[in-house]
Design a protein around this ligand. Structure first.
Ligand SMILES: [Zn+2]
Length: 228
């Protein structure tokens, strides 16, 4: 499996190297953010939904095989779409736990892949901040009570933003910032290394929101050099 997802071109290798390096960085210093990546519809067997590289799968397999002390991973996938690529890849792998929160009515609707999700929340059209944040935070704390992973891979799609034609949800910019903050707080207070990737987001304004969110994490000292 590991060999299969090593792709031959230099561009593909750059994408993949970035995320495997970011994974190692997260283990070494507690956190890392790769501004890009999160191609969660691509499995090691097949691309799909704008995703040509199974970067999440590769990063986790790299850590399992090459970094000592990493034997359990949790994927927290909060992009608006179901993360069927990594779900298919880790279907029968009991070292990987997946929490996925997505719009139930949109692509990919992959019923087979859903069987790999440990904690699943399916949202309705136009879900707003209060319901969304309450569901994410409740499910996340339940997940982290049940399992303590060696790494969290956080797929932080911004296509949950109100007005996103592909995501179909109605989360405000402030809601996205609060969501990212909640995930980092949950990981860092438990001293679990976290690797964030930015995944989907199809409005021009999402670049600013991602920047503001990272600044917020910095201001709260959730992404500095200090160990919390
Ligand atoms: Zn998406």
């Amino acid at each position: 499996m590991f060999d299969k997802i090593l792709c031959p071109t230099s561009q593909q290798q750059t994408f993949q190297n970035n995320l495997t390096k970011a994974g190692k960085l997260a283990i070494d210093r507690g956190w890392a953010i790769n501004v890009g990546g999160g191609f969660h519809h691509c499995s090691s067997e097949q691309g799909g939904g704008f995703c040509a590289y199974a970067d999440i799968t590769l990063a986790i397999k790299f850590l399992f095989e090459r970094v000592e002390g990493v034997s359990k991973a949790m994927i927290i996938d909060l992009d608006a779409h179901q993360g069927n690529g990594h779900e298919r890849d880790f279907m029968d792998d009991n070292r990987v736990y997946i929490m996925d929160v997505f719009n139930r009515y949109i692509y990919p609707g992959d019923g087979f892949a859903k069987r790999a999700i440990t904690w699943k929340i399916e949202l309705d059209w136009d879900t707003e901040d209060s319901e969304y944040l309450q569901k994410v935070e409740t499910q996340m704390s339940k997940a982290l009570q049940e399992v303590t992973p060696d790494i969290i891979v956080y797929n932080a799609g911004t296509d949950i933003l109100d007005g996103d034609q592909l995501g179909g949800l109605a989360i405000s910019p402030q809601g996205i910032i609060k969501r990212d903050q909640a995930v980092f707080q949950a990981a860092r207070k438990r001293k679990i290394p976290i690797l964030m990737v930015t995944s989907g987001g199809y409005q021009r304004s999402t670049a600013r929101i991602i920047a503001d969110s990272i600044l917020n994490l910095h201001q709260l000292q959730l992404i500095d050099q200090k160990v919390l």
